[in-house]
Write a protein that binds this ligand. Structure first.
Ligand SMILES: CC(C)(COP(=O)(O)OP(=O)(O)OC[C@H]1O[C@@H](n2cnc3c(N)ncnc32)[C@H](O)[C@@H]1OP(=O)(O)O)[C@@H](O)C(=O)NCCC(=O)NCCS
Length: 146
């Protein structure tokens, strides 16, 4: 499932890396996620009807990322997963969640806007992915303000 999603150019259009060319790369990506130090990383597999359909969480706290297999887009499942992640991270005591989104990624921006994320800034030419410079919109959601 992960490799089907992460080798799909549509799903990976606004990801920080190009589509995975082979299964070994996805296996390494998953192994790194599982092995990451829980003090700096906290990631989840999204399941639907007992099947893994994507991932959401913080590769580097408090910055979070997410993707779903394309067969499950547009059904409110990312919104549902995000509600669960916000609840969990609030209980974990994280002060805020942050996201770095390509300004062309309408689905991702809408997901965050709907969950109450606020834009905190923008920057140009932040990521060089597959030979193409991409820009960033930064957004935050306060969880446990000090
Ligand atoms: C971003 C992503 C996880 C959203 O998943 P999803 O399950 O389709 O999202 P939801 O169904 O919960 O929809 C969230 C909102 O975005 C809107 N939306 C969904 N697809 C959209 C699109 N292509 N263009 C504009 N808005 C879109 C939905 O209508 C919904 O808004 P609404 O509640 O006002 O109707 C999914 O598109 C994805 O995996 N994209 C590829 C990976 C990616 O870009 N990750 C983010 C990197 S920052």
């Amino acid at each position: 499932m992960f490799h089907a999603a992460m080798s799909d150019p549509g799903v990976m259009r606004y990801w920080a890396t190009p589509p995975h060319p082979d299964l070994a790369m996805t296996e390494q990506w998953l192994a790194d996620m599982i092995a990451a130090d829980p003090l700096i990383s906290d990631d989840f597999v999204i399941e639907y009807q007992g099947q893994p359909i994507g991932k959401m969480g913080c590769w580097r706290l408090p910055e979070f990322g997410y993707l779903l297999h394309p067969a499950f887009h547009g059904q409110g499942l990312a919104s549902e997963a995000l509600a669960g992640l916000v609840h969990y991270m609030r209980r974990r005591g994280l002060p805020r969640l942050r996201a770095d989104v390509d300004p062309r990624n309408a689905a991702s921006l809408r997901l965050l806007e709907r969950a109450g994320f606020i834009e905190t800034g923008r920057a140009n030419r932040t990521w060089l992915v597959g030979g193409e410079w991409c820009d960033s919109v930064y957004l935050e959601l306060a969880l446990n303000p000090s």
